[in-house]
Design a protein around this ligand. Sequence first.
Ligand code: AOF
Ligand code: ZN
Length: 376
Amino acid sequence: MAGPGRSQAEQEGLDRRFMAAALRLSRKNAGRTATNPSVGTLIVRDDGTGPMIVGTGVTAVGGRPHAETEALAEAGELARGATAYVTLEPCAHHGRTPPCANALLNAGVTRVVGAVSDPDPRVSGKGYAILRAAGVEVVERVLAAEAAEQMAGYLIRSLKKRPEVILKLALSSDGKIGMEGEGQVSITGDIARREVYLMRAEADGILIGIGTALEDDPALTVRLPGLENRSPARIVLDRQIRLPETSKLVAGVDRVPLYVAACAEADPYRRAALERAGVRFIGTETYEGDIALPELLEDLAALGMASVLVEGGAKVAKAFLAEGLVDRIVLFQGQEPIGRSGIVSPIDANHIPAGFRKLRDMRFGEDSYAEWIRDI
Ligand code: AOF
Ligand code: ZN
């Protein structure tokens, strides 16, 4: 049903606009809602003078209360006869509060516009069904692709029992990602580096191989003023436990968790030494001499991680790509060449695997940026 005096096309346009606003709002707590997705809700009413937002809500930090609770509280009596825009199907299960589908009903909402349906088996389809059974008009899949992209971590963890894998590489102008034996080579500028910190702040884990850990001695933390406490867990693929206790990764362990993925046969003395320093271990299976990545990702999902940023090096990037385990590719490209002795990137903008589509192109200072995703 269209709103007062509006054609269906006009109503669809309005629905997309409000959903886009709800999606922007939902970004507020992205990366801070634990295993819950950060959902946005708008309550919009129209008394004949045009649509007006009377309530806004985002899933709270930690995952509860849900977005609808906040938006309905703000709208109060004004929710009666209003439309709710929800970026995820309202829940149908009893948690610490009653289901959001029922809360919308009780508040008198008469129309619900949703983006993605919730794959959580406690909800899947049931949230919309509760609303429809009570006579509420439900419109599904408005800006569904955009919402799925924003909630990819949550959706992938629910559907595939593993975190979303984001492969991030910084390439020199001649397509190199570093230089053997040179430690950290600066490829992109300060502005791009800050963007990487923001990406880290929204991820649940940052993963590297032991080669990069030994070569670069990175800290893998978020070093932006005010966001220092947003560093996600660090994960090192280190089959034989070669990570030194003196590394920056180990030094930061009191502030930010560090997981070492090692095989069961690795040196128990090395393991004990790192454990004394506060490092946590994930026992891994090996496949053809390397860590079995699907099983490792399952373990990370079980630890609550919905997104993992793979930051190096070439071998690890290749392994994730070869197994079809990359969901999103992010390439930064600097202005300067590294030259012939550089390590060739396993991937560049002209060689993106089939099945990925480009999401955006941006610039950060002098550096260019491009991002690709594939359907979940
Ligand atoms: C909503 N609105 O804002 C969010 C929802 O642990 P609980 O009880 O919070 O349940 C987690 C589930 O709630 C999660 O798997 C997803 O199905 C849903 N998230 N639902 O109605 C929200 N964040
Ligand atoms: Zn809910």
